[in-house]
Design a protein around this ligand. Structure first.
Ligand SMILES: NC(=O)c1ccc[n+]([C@@H]2O[C@H](COP(=O)([O-])OP(=O)(O)OC[C@H]3O[C@@H](n4cnc5c(N)ncnc54)[C@H](O)[C@@H]3O)[C@@H](O)[C@H]2O)c1
Length: 312
């Protein structure tokens, strides 16, 4: 039974993952090799938990309980000690993830389950330095930012993991009110990012061609057939509502006309070159004045929290 969880890397994803587990009573050890940053992380987690209180997702007492369940681990050895489930959330560099898993393997008990939050690496590569026994207890658990709010977690249902251990991990995510899904084949980008990028490729193409401007394309997504409907019904229910015959005719008429490029659009590359990276540099598709960035990020999370409250 999984009770003690260690999270390795406390950055964009790691600290939110710690909160997602700790608020449901799991004991969480949080490790980061940047010690001065690690010491600041509890105040970041607390303010995010307080935002969940304001959003009506949790109560005041839940914040203190969640914080009490998090222990900072200043060393990897300390993080490994007593862990039933360890998830690495360090930068997306294969050699770094391999090195951490290799160091951890002999430090952990035989039963410890290893998980990776990798967005783009293959499970078999990340776990390559592990013993065969540990490989059978290793899994990709792919979260979405911000992980304490977004319900979906993609779980690799391939590799050598026996069914009963997979089930244990699956139930772990149910117990923290996440929506785990099984990914049955080792495909790049798993499922959700592939879907998101199929939409992004078409949207960027339409912007580039001037078919509609960015604001109207955003509105088409938010208020139309994709995000608005799909946020309550996914895809297949919408197809059933419309009729398989209609969707099949539209596929025949339209799919050949859709964008199929393999590389990012020139205007995106130009934005990167000009340092227009979005919120973090103050300009992307919109402008974000430095003194308003924290407030803008908070507003973004507030909207996600309101949506989560509506759908749970
Ligand atoms: N950011 C996202 O939206 C997102 C979404 C899903 C998955 N992921 C994946 O999650 C992982 C982490 O991404 P992130 O955005 O949180 O990165 P990040 O850079 O924000 O955080 C990584 C953290 O790891 C720490 N770190 C670096 N080397 C370390 C080491 N040797 N030992 C311990 N800690 C170390 C850093 O100090 C930093 O705090 C990546 O694999 C990424 O692909 C990210």
């Amino acid at each position: 039974m999984i009770k003690n969880i260690s999270v390795l890397g406390a950055g964009t994803m790691g600290h939110g993952i710690a909160l997602a587990f700790s608020r449901f009573g799991y004991s969480v050890k949080l490790y980061d090799n940047n010690i001065s940053y690690l010491n600041e992380v509890p105040s970041i987690i607390r303010s995010e938990a307080e935002q969940m209180v304001r959003g009506g997702l949790i109560g005041d007492a839940d914040v203190d309980n969640a914080m009490a369940n998090i222990e900072l681990a200043p060393t990897l050895e300390g993080a490994a000690e007593g862990a039933d489930f360890i998830i690495e959330v360090v930068p997306e560099i294969l050699e770094l993830k391999q090195e951490i898993f290799k160091t951890l393997d002999p430090l952990c008990g035989e039963e410890t389950i290893f998980a990776s939050n990798t967005s783009s690496l293959r499970l078999k590569d990340v776990i390559q330095p592990l013993s065969e026994k540990r490989k059978a207890r290793s899994i990709i658990c792919h979260w979405f930012n911000p992980p304490h709010i977004i319900p979906l977690v993609e779980l690799s249902n391939y590799g050598n993991m026996p069914e009963d251990i997979f089930k244990e991990v699956y139930e772990l995510f149910l117990s923290i009110e996440k929506k785990p899904i099984k990914i049955n084949q080792d495909v790049a980008g798993l499922v959700s990012n592939r879907l998101q990028n199929a939409l992004a490729r078409e949207a960027f193409y339409l912007m580039e061609e001037g078919v509609a401007d960015a604001e109207d394309i955003n509105d088409a997504i938010t208020y139309g057939g994709t995000a608005f409907r799909m946020s309550v019904a996914g895809l297949t229910e919408i197809v059933d509502m419309g009729g398989i015959d209609i969707w099949t005719s539209v596929a025949g008429n339209l799919w050949g006309d859709l964008e199929d490029r393999a590389d990012a659009n020139q205007f995106l590359l130009d934005m990167v070159k000009a340092g227009k990276l979005g919120l973090k540099t103050g300009e992307g598709f919109s402008v974000y004045p430095e003194d308003r960035r924290a407030e803008i990020k908070e507003d973004f999370n507030d909207r996600l929290i309101r949506h989560l409250r509506d759908i749970v």
